[in-house]
Write a protein that binds this ligand. Sequence first.
Ligand SMILES: *[C@@H]1O[C@H](CO)[C@@H](O)[C@H](O)[C@H]1NC(C)=O
Length: 554
Amino acid sequence: MGFAVLLACCQAVVGAVQEFSSDDSSQCVHFHRPGKVLIYKKDTAVFPIGISVPSDLVAESIPRKVRVHAAFVGSSCGGEVSEYKFGPMEEDRYQDFYRRHRFAHTKRKGGWDAVRHAEILAMGTVPNFAGLDKAPHLAVPFVPKALLLKTEELLPYSKRLEAAYNATVEQLLDHTRRCLTAESMAARVLREMGLWPTQRPLRLLYITCGFGFSGAGDGWQGPVSIGIFLGLHALLRQWPGSRIVDAPAMEPDPSIWPEETVHRSNFWYLAKDSDPWIHEEDLRQRMYGYGFSYARRLSLKDLATQAERDAVPDSLFRHEFDGVIYGKVGPAQGCDPLPFFDVVRNAGYPAERVALIYGGDFGLETKRVAEHARYYSGYGIIFFREMIAPPEDFHWISAQVFPRACYADPGWNRFFQLWRKRLDCPACDDVDRNVRDELWDHLWPVSRGFSWQTGNGLEVLPPCWSGLLLLAFPMLKTSAEAELKDLCDFFNRQLHQAARHVTFGRCVLPRPRCKGSIAFRGAFGVQPSEVKTFVRSICRKLSRKCAVRGTVKQ
Ligand SMILES: *[C@@H]1O[C@H](CO)[C@@H](O)[C@H](O)[C@H]1NC(C)=O
């Protein structure tokens, strides 16, 4: 007994620090390939993101069931409350309804991902997901697809299936806790930005905007953005001194909010103590889906003050934020054009510390959204909810040879586009000249990594070492005699650095550096040893000349 208590205490302490600290995508994302980065249309790295529920909504054990099938109780297209079966103040009844049924019908709504899938799972109920077997390959990344497809075996339901049913619900609840909670989703965003796990409090800028869905100036963010914001607050509660500044805010609008004179957070409905003088039922009418499963979970103190919002540009220039998260991105959304984007760029933020969340109903199947994401790729880490595109539009690239700097930098992004052109046409000199004219001045300064001064001192983010190797081809091919010495020094240094990741000699599996070489070849079409041979062949003449000169001096 005493031992159990002790164990519980210490697990809680360890758990508090380690929560969601490691990459869980192989357990959580049904299409995941371990150790790989997903690339859309050859140039845009995309990471999956999804709709989540706060962890306290997830059932601790299998609830008592009194009925078998719950019909679909939502609106046919999403958010049409007149079709809802529950009133604005009946969140508990709504959740009880799901909790007491064994199965609950759900389906794709505005997009494949929907709040309802996560809600049903959280209540300890088996979603009966119509059409899931025909969903596109990359749809609903965090929904336990294989497990749900297997639940058909429990139908038609009878009492003798109860043990199997219970085991299924246990598995689903376990998946929900690990993969579908707001905390897990927020940790995913921070991890891909290199900010989680953390050893210190974090300061984040959370860019909020988004059209008001009801026209009541409510700055509706959509469930993905709301989930991440709630999750960040829950995660960072362990780190006193952390702060999340949400900005910009809504202009005062007395026609919608009587007597309002100050700015209002786009997340006002997340605060318990917002607008106590207005009848809660009236406020709930202004919230999407009456605020079920997300509203009233923070307090006004958690939302930014106007002074903090006014100070955002200065704070950015002083590098006071560890990262910037654009909660809702997409063309013709409230965040278009992206607020503070130029300030973030001019203040010198590394793109890997900027997250762009495409969490709306319209995803890659929508041409304008796909173009938007490709335009912004390189300026931030891109997260997508609806990755609905033909499988041939995607490929995977080994993270071992494609570190974050290679896809979170507009210069490197452009370089890899040109590299692919070069592979298709090795004799195209113009490609090499493009690299030299457009990119060299941008890329060599970050060859030792991206250094930037933050409130916590100087940080150096690791460079794109694989790109630096490949750069040897276009640069050495187009260089004038006079520059050769410096360039040879530069690329010899890169070869030396890259020797930590790849082998240039005989490849012996399963050595990691040999795996690195194979991954390099697979990703970029050349062997690391070919790079070395090429650099040597150009630079050998030079070293001979130097050697001759050297002997003369002696
Ligand atoms: C299934 O779980 C319920 C709720 O915990 C429990 O009452 C019931 O006895 C379980 N049934 C079986 C067969 O394990």
